[in-house]
Design a protein around this ligand. Structure first.
Ligand SMILES: *[C@@H]1O[C@H](CO)[C@@H](O)[C@H](O)[C@H]1NC(C)=O
Length: 190
């Protein structure tokens, strides 16, 4: 082996050793995270467990539900964007359900039904309060977690989180219809 080859070889060996050391570190960190998730028994994580039973959906990625239950006043990592996805899932599932029942439904009626289910005061916050989201939701100490808009945002975010977790928006729609039917006076509609 000439000197140049030897130097190259040494560098290569060093690089490989460093990379496997980094990989080991990453592996150890992931293991640590997993253990943390499994062994955390904070009131918040217990509440998330209960919530999953209530909605009859078990998350692969619990961080998505944790985010759904985090208001923008609490942290940068919050439910705002998930709530937008959740809103369109709710609207889609209502439209789907009504059209399946009656293909001749008027656009006016359909829009009214969608607006009703998406109404913050009369529907969305009611569903959310029934699930007790105001008690689960993380908000800053200055924020009132029983405010309809706050509860509603969290309620909608659940379905955004389910869609991302399952990779299917129809799975999220199913969870919504199930929760909404169980909780509401609108149950007769569905
Ligand atoms: C929080 O909001 C709810 C609903 O809007 C209201 O009834 C309650 O009085 C508020 N609580 C405080 C401490 O402001």
């Amino acid at each position: 082996m000439d000197r140049r080859t030897a130097v190259c070889f040494a560098i290569l060996t060093l690089a490989m050793a460093t990379s496997s050391a980094i990989q080991l570190q990453i592996g150890a960190r992931d293991e640590f995270r997993k253990t943390q998730i499994i062994t955390t028994n904070s009131p918040f994580s217990i509440a998330l467990e209960t919530l999953q039973k209530q909605i009859d959906y078990s998350f692969q990625r619990i961080d998505l539900l944790r985010r759904a239950m985090t208001h923008a006043s609490f942290s940068e990592e919050n439910n705002r964007a998930l709530s937008i996805l959740g809103t369109s899932i709710i609207e889609t599932s209502v439209a789907f359900r009504y059209l399946l029942d009656d293909i001749d439904i008027s656009s006016k009626t359909l829009n009214r039904e969608i607006a009703e289910v998406c109404n913050v005061e009369s529907s969305c916050a009611v569903d959310g309060m029934r699930l007790g989201l105001h008690k689960v939701l993380r908000v800053s100490h200055k924020t009132n977690s029983t405010t309809p808009a706050v509860v509603c945002g969290a309620f909608r975010a659940i379905f955004g989180a389910v869609a991302l977790d399952s990779g299917k928006s129809d799975a999220a729609a199913k969870v919504f219809l199930n929760v909404h039917t169980r909780t509401g006076e609108l149950a007769a509609d569905f």
